[in-house]
Design a protein around this ligand. Structure first.
Ligand SMILES: [Fe+2]
Length: 604
């Protein structure tokens, strides 16, 4: 039984194939089209899923779309009528896509992939909820979904039990925590749906001095975590912007222009909205606990990618444990929709292995055999050396320990925005200048942005204030107290000076507030990666490494050997590993490109 789930037309298009109830393949369209957050119909993702399963669209038993477009259209129409004639321009801009594609999903699917059967639809938050609960390791759990907006819903909670999901309550547009966060993303000069992560990364640099202002003027938060936005400050009902002049006045001036200097104001705004978000999420979580009386909680929706808030849910929340869908944003809707058909529509029983989720480490994308990689290297005459199982981990970890930066591509590509050791750039976390080196010379991005560690699962509590696995890099916790070093006064000095102060014995992955966004790896999930870090520990005594996604700023994570090689040559990376092959920069022929490639990337 093959079920194809599709999510597209908003942001982060993706496809997922569920075969006999097992998540068989999943990938995001941006990885194939090389256009970050690509919202278009996921033709390439679907082609990949079918190829991975060795089938054609004729062999699909069901195709399901993750959203009900008519309900979304109704919401847009109502929003427009509320503010009309204001908003006419954005309404007219949106219409062609609606009339041409979005309202005719079955036809589009038939045309694009030749699928003749009926197309099923789930509601947007139903798909998020299914993506959170079904792959989780829990037989029974509470579910909480929070995002910008689905059809009408901006959040929902409910209960998962075996194969059943019951959604109990929804929060509706325009009252949305996701949109509130995105409004601040826009106001601080980052791109909406792109730069939310940066805002979160910026927060530790500031003081939450606007928090009370946000809570008194912009958003009214109830005890149960539900909220009401004061729409006189926002412009997303009819405008093309998120915030208006009144909003700007409240924060002492216009929005920061993208790519201009980040000032104390932006840092303080980031700290404030992050703190408000955490407070709202914690209230929601407490309410869901009270209403469902469950031990465990599952999370999805774009806001569930806020790993600082997730860390607090785990530490301060009432639930014993939580599980977060790694593709928590709309890409994961394809996975949730497909699983929803298997369990809710077709009524299959759900069995789980105690303590084991069924997300497959989220290694659900394309992989390339050693033969294919060798052919690629030979064809292009790129100098390489072969590794074998006896020396692989040692050769690579020696390079990392010597201060080199390694592009690492091995096995199936990750599904979800985080690189988890299949398409990663690796470095030595003990190095004091690794953070600025990797930001400025490898990723070509803002120097304030923190890096995350991967640590051996069995050693996590030796390095961090955390006692459990975090396989998907969705939890933030503090670096172990005894590893931290005191910092001088936090005031003044600018971002760059504050970055230079060593904060722990793993400075490259210790954020300004001593926090780290942690990925744990266990041997059975990804043996090559676990072996590599184990070997690094044998050489250096350190069981963690720096892991950042294999891409430069504005580019989707690499998928193929060709993209990996290109990214390697465009940056100051020293070493490239693709499967069992190692390439040294010093041995490569000079890299030439006709155009200035950086102009082609959309800055986020
Ligand atoms: Fe969503």
């Amino acid at each position: 039984m093959n079920i194809l789930g599709i999510s597209c037309f908003y942001h982060d298009s993706a496809a997922c194939l569920v075969r006999d109830g097992v998540i068989f393949a999943a990938a995001q369209e941006e990885r194939f089209t090389r256009k970050k957050h690509d919202p278009r119909f996921p033709k390439n993702s679907i082609r990949y899923c079918l190829e991975e399963a060795g089938i054609t669209s004729k062999d699909l038993d069901h195709v399901v779309f993750y959203d009900k477009p008519f309900l979304t259209f109704e919401r847009l129409l109502m929003s427009y009528l509320t503010v009309a004639p204001k908003g006419l321009r954005s309404w007219l801009e949106a219409m062609p896509l609606w009339l041409g594609q979005k309202l005719h999903i079955p036809k589009v699917i038939q045309r694009e992939i030749g699928y003749e059967g009926d197309v099923l639809f789930t509601e947007h938050h139903e798909a998020h909820a299914a993506s959170a609960f079904y792959p989780s390791p829990f037989k029974e759990a509470a579910i909480l979904t929070i995002d910008g907006v689905g059809e009408w819903a901006t959040g929902s909670y409910g209960l998962g039990k075996g194969k059943d999901i019951t959604l109990l309550k929804e929060l509706h547009f325009p009252d949305s925590l996701g949109l509130l966060y995105s409004a601040f993303t826009y106001f601080t000069g980052f791109k909406v749906n792109f730069g939310e992560y940066k805002l979160m990364g910026l927060a530790p640099y500031g003081k939450p001095r606007y928090k009370d202002l946000i809570l008194s003027e912009l958003v009214d938060v109830k005890e149960d975590g539900s909220l009401r936005l004061n729409l006189s400050y926002f412009d997303f009902l009819g405008g093309l912007r998120m915030t208006n002049k009144r909003f700007a006045k409240l924060f002492g001036g216009p929005p920061r222009q993208p790519e201009t200097q980040i000032t104390d104001r932006e840092m303080d705004i980031a700290a404030s909205i992050q703190s408000v978000t955490e407070e709202i999420v914690l209230k929601m979580v407490h309410h869901v606990f009270k209403e469902t009386k469950q031990k465990y909680l599952c999370l999805a929706g774009g806001v569930a990618l806020n790993c600082v808030a997730n860390g607090r849910i785990l530490r301060e929340g009432p639930f014993e444990d939580i599980w977060i869908q790694p593709a928590a944003g709309d890409a994961g809707g394809s996975l949730g929709a497909a699983l929803s058909v298997w369990y809710r529509y077709l009524n299959h029983e759900r069995t789980i292995q105690e303590g084991q989720d069924s997300q497959m480490g989220s290694y659900l994308g394309p992989s390339f055999s050693n033969d294919a990689v060798e052919m690629f290297l030979e064809r292009n005459r790129y100098p390489y050396h072969k590794l074998n199982s006896g020396n692989r981990a040692q050769m690579i970890s020696q390079e990392i320990a010597a201060g080199n930066v390694v592009g690492y591509m091995a096995g199936r590509m990750e599904f979800g925005p985080r690189a988890l050791g299949a398409r990663s750039i690796l470095g030595d976390p003990r190095s004091e200048d690794m953070q600025s080196l990797m930001n400025l010379k490898i990723k070509y991005r803002e120097s304030f942005r923190p890096f995350a560690p991967t640590v051996l699962e069995e050693k996590v509590s030796e390095y961090f204030e955390m006692d459990r696995p975090s396989p998907y890099m969705l939890l933030v916790a503090e670096v172990k107290r005894e590893r931290c070093l005191p910092q001088p006064s936090q005031d003044g000095g600018g971002i760059l000076n504050r970055l230079k102060v060593k904060r722990s014995d793993i400075p490259a992955v210790t954020h300004l507030d001593y926090s780290a966004r942690i990925q744990t790896v266990k041997h059975e999930d990804k043996p090559d990666y676990h072996d590599l870090i184990s070997e690094f520990e044998r050489i250096t005594g350190c069981a963690a490494i720096v892991n950042t996604s294999f891409n430069v700023r504005g580019e989707p994570i690499v998928c193929t050997p060709e993209e990996a090689y290109r990214c390697f040559m465009r940056t100051e990376m020293d070493i490239l590993v693709i499967e069992d092959f190692i390439l040294y920069k010093r041995e490569q022929p000079p890299w030439k490109e006709d155009k200035e490639w950086r102009n082609e990337l959309i800055l986020d």
